[in-house]
Design a protein around this ligand. Structure first.
Ligand SMILES: [Zn+2]
Length: 280
């Protein structure tokens, strides 16, 4: 089917939806200038640095100064980034449905959904967020008392080679899932997981659930697995990705839109307005 027809078909499902789930991977942030891990200009191919190695737990253990300076750089670039218009469009759709009827599940650690106006209660950051840190010792009690904010002062210290140290003497670590991670604080996400599960349990067939999978890759399948799980109860899955193919079969209508997040969301919003009379 031509892209234009697919856009109209997808927009039709969005107008019928009483609930929307947004499943976002790094492709969602790419239009805000944050590179994805795997595209040609992404973190993995950038300069001479092996970013897979940089983002691994082994590097954090063996060379925490290098590891923390990598994360401090990412924190700084994330803080300077702004959500693109695609976030605003999604926020507009969700506002129309009401806050209780939308949920964002994202592996992105950049908090752009929060910056775009989504409520904290509507988001599950499944790989953590770079804004926080905690003790790397899993048995340390300080991990239970809440996450510590990564302040500008802390970033400055890290840039000067000093590491954040817990009162127990162990190194603090960023609240972001690393490759081969052995001390990610899963319980820090407990409340978000509970809200997410409550939302999932509330979904009924008559909600005409629309699942929007945006910019999610297939190497780390955390987001994709949820798309697959929800396709069994959704009226439609709208998959937005520049080059990802649709599966050969699925339990719901599966609309594969090959394009960037920003351009495709703008086209969908345009169709909602002009083909279905939904005011922007
Ligand atoms: Zn500690």
């Amino acid at each position: 089917m031509e892209q234009e027809k697919k856009i109209k078909l997808a927009a039709g499902f969005i107008t019928q939806a009483k609930k929307i789930v947004i499943l976002a991977g790094s492709g969602m942030s790419a239009d805000s200038g944050l590179p994805t891990f795997r595209d040609k200009s992404g973190y993995w191919k950038n300069a001479s640095i092996d970013h897979f190695k940089m983002a691994s737990y082994t590097t954090f253990l063996n060379d925490p100064v290098v590891s923390w300076s990598f994360y401090a750089d990412r924190i700084s670039s994330y803080r300077a980034s702004k959500p693109h218009l695609g976030y605003e469009i999604l926020h507009g759709w969700c506002k129309r449905l009401g806050e209780d009827n939308c949920f964002v599940f994202t592996s992105n650690v950049d908090q752009l959904f929060l910056k775009a106006g989504f409520a904290d209660q509507q988001i599950y950051h499944c790989h953590g967020t770079l804004d926080f840190m905690y003790c790397s010792d899993k048995s340390c009690q300080s991990r239970q008392t809440g996450l510590k904010h990564n302040s500008e002062q802390l970033l400055l210290k890290i840039h000067n080679g000093a590491l954040p140290i817990c009162s127990c003497g162990q190194i603090m670590r960023p609240h972001v899932m690393m490759f081969g991670d052995q001390s990610f604080h899963h319980s820090a996400n407990d409340q978000a997981i509970e809200r997410w599960n409550t939302f999932l349990q509330s979904i009924k067939r008559t909600d005409n659930l629309v699942v929007l999978e945006i910019g999610a890759g297939s190497t780390v399948t955390t987001v994709e697995d949820v798309t697959w799980q929800l396709s069994k109860v959704a009226s439609a899955v709208i998959q937005i990705n520049p080059n990802k193919p649709a599966p050969s079969e699925s339990d719901s209508e599966w609309i594969n839109l090959n394009g960037s997040a920003l351009a495709t969301l703008m086209a969908l919003d345009d169709s909602l307005c002009h083909d279905f009379g939904v005011s922007q």
